[in-house]
Design a protein around this ligand. Structure first.
Ligand code: NAP
Length: 319
């Protein structure tokens, strides 16, 4: 079986990916070379990709199935050259959810206990206690109760936080978690009342036409004054200027941002230097080559057996 592999060769982990995929699926001949002979390109039916640039999948007339190495497929869906008939599957790997839950716990704990503020106090040689509420007094809202949101909500509730989830309510996942302490609200109408009862909001929504720009001035001012924002999903969810305004007015006390409209975050962007913004380099949950390669190998075997592959993206919905 010939499979096209399109990963970002400028990232240092490309050799690790090739080794992990070859080990997990030794029956596959992987093609990661940039120029592929026309005769072979005409035969290729399957591609494995990591957030490829627009046009990376054109020139393969028999392409039928694309497996993403990333959980988010918004960039693929926005590529006008991507044929609409392709089966597109997202990366769903428990290791990714576990990593996301760790990042969410670090951010939530740091905000709840004032650890970002203590770091600032240290920089100024300040010795001062901050309020220390119990975890059960901290109201956390998780936007999106899919693979990532559920892993995050489960971890936070097990740490004692008051956790609410929010989701569209028409999707594939039933949004339920095993933990009855997590209350899940559905649909647009429930968002504002939920935000009004939130101390820390964590974004784990997919980027779609409905969610782009959702975190704007109206959203941020629906939160109680002094609430905090954690964006671990996509930069396109956030209106940067509205967040900066809300931070400067102390409507938002702190923001933890892992994802940005332009990545890498441009040098000189106000987020880099803002005293109440913590910047991560899109590292909340990085796909692990060893575990993800096993997921890919399984998906390829399912595809070859003629069965429907798991985690297919519904284009109409955009996730
Ligand atoms: P997913 O499994 O597809 O889950 C999406 C969730 O969002 C579902 O609960 C869905 O509702 C809900 N949703 C979709 N549109 C909505 C809307 N308009 N209003 C309310 N809820 C809506 O996605 P995932 O794998 O958890 O990924 C979540 C996000 O994390 C994505 O943006 C992905 O790109 C990002 N991510 C980031 C990193 C990182 O390192 N920063 C790593 C991995 C993933 P239903 O339940 O009703 O369908």
């Amino acid at each position: 079986m010939h499979v096209l592999l399109r990963i970002d060769e400028t990232q240092g982990d490309a050799p690790q990916w090739r080794a992990a995929l070859s080990a997990a699926a030794p029956e596959v001949t992987w093609h990661s070379e940039s120029a592929i002979a026309e005769s072979l390109a005409r035969e290729i039916e399957v591609a494995v990709v990591a957030n490829p640039p627009p046009g990376a999948l054109s020139g393969f007339p028999q392409l039928k199935f694309v497996q993403s190495l990333w959980a988010g497929v918004d960039r693929l869906l926005e590529d006008p050259t991507m044929p609409k008939h392709l089966v597109l599957a997202r990366m769903v790997d428990p290791a990714l959810g576990a990593a996301m839950a760790e990042t969410a716990l670090w951010a939530t704990l740091s905000l709840h206990r004032g650890f970002f503020r203590y770091a600032q106090q240290q920089a100024h040689g300040q010795w001062k206690h901050l309020p220390q509420p119990c975890a059960h007094q901290v109201r956390v809202t998780v936007l999106g109760m899919g693979e990532m949101g559920r892993a995050v909500a489960d971890r936070l509730v097990s740490q004692g936080y008051q956790v609410h989830g929010w989701r569209l309510g028409v999707g594939k996942a039933d949004g339920r978690t095993d933990d009855s302490r997590i209350r899940v609200e559905l649909g647009k109408e429930s968002l504002k009342p939920l935000l009004a009862q939130t101390d820390i909001v964590l974004n784990l929504l997919p980027l779609t036409s409905q969610t782009r720009g959702l975190i704007d001035r109206e959203f941020l001012y629906a939160l109680p004054s002094g609430a905090a924002l954690v964006n671990l999903a996509r930069g396109g969810h956030l209106v940067d200027a509205d967040l900066i305004g809300a931070l400067n007015n102390e409507q938002v006390s702190h923001a933890v941002l892992d994802v940005f409209t332009t990545e890498p975050l441009p040098i000189g962007h106000v987020f880099w230097q803002h005293p109440r913004v913590t910047v991560l380099p899109h590292a909340a949950a990085i796909t692990n080559p060893e575990t993800a390669a096993q997921v890919v190998a399984h998906q390829l075997r399912v595809w070859r057996s003629g069965q429907p592959v798991a985690h297919q993206v519904e284009r109409g919905r955009g996730y």
